[in-house]
Design a protein around this ligand. Structure first.
Ligand SMILES: [Cu+2]
Length: 150
C-alpha cells in the first residue's frame, strides 16, 4: 500500500514536472519580444557648406583640359590653371583613351570622362587659394595638377 502511494506520488510528480516544464517552455517562447525599435536616426546636422566654387548651368569662359594617357604618361594638359576670383569657367575635359577624373576635393568638383569622350561643366571660383587637381585612378602615376584662384 505504501509502495503504491510512493509510485503514485512519483508518477504524479513526474507528470507535474513535465507539465510545468513544458509550460515554462511555452512561456519562454511567448517571452520572445519583437526586436527593439531602431534607434532614432540622428537629425542630419550637415550644415550649409560654404562652397568655394559654385556649379552653374550658364556657360562661362571656355577652358579646355586634355586628360592624356598615351605611352603611360598620365597628365593633364594644361596641368596648372589660374583663375580670378569670381570668374565663371566652363571646363571642357577630354579623355584621350582611358577613364579619367577631374577632381578637386576642396571645391567639391568631381567630374569624369570616359576614354575618347568630352564633358563640359561650369563653375565659378569664389575663394582665393591653391587647389590640388587630381585624377582618382592615376593620381599615384603623377596625374595631378594645380588650380590657383587669386
Ligand atoms: Cu586618369
Amino acid at each position: 500500500m505504501k509502495a503504491k502511494l510512493i509510485i503514485f506520488t512519483l508518477i504524479f510528480s513526474v507528470l507535474f514536472i513535465a507539465c510545468s516544464s513544458s509550460e515554462s517552455t511555452t512561456d519562454t517562447s511567448d517571452e520572445i519580444t519583437s526586436p527593439p525599435a531602431p534607434p532614432k536616426v540622428a537629425e542630419d546636422l550637415k550644415t550649409e557648406k560654404e562652397l568655394s566654387a559654385t556649379a552653374s548651368a550658364e556657360k562661362g569662359k571656355l577652358v579646355e583640359v586634355k586628360m592624356l594617357d598615351g605611352t603611360d604618361n598620365y597628365v593633364y594638359e594644361p596641368a596648372n590653371l589660374t583663375f580670378a576670383v569670381g570668374e565663371k569657367i566652363t571646363f571642357k575635359i577630354t579623355s584621350e583613351s582611358e577613364f579619367h577624373t577631374f577632381t578637386i576635393d576642396e571645391l567639391d568638383i568631381y567630374e569624369t570622362a570616359d576614354g575618347g569622350e568630352s564633358f563640359e561643366f561650369t563653375v565659378t571660383f569664389e575663394t582665393p587659394g591653391t587647389y590640388k587637381l587630381y585624377c582618382v585612378p592615376h593620381e599615384t602615376l603623377g596625374m595631378i595638377g594645380e588650380v590657383t584662384v587669386q
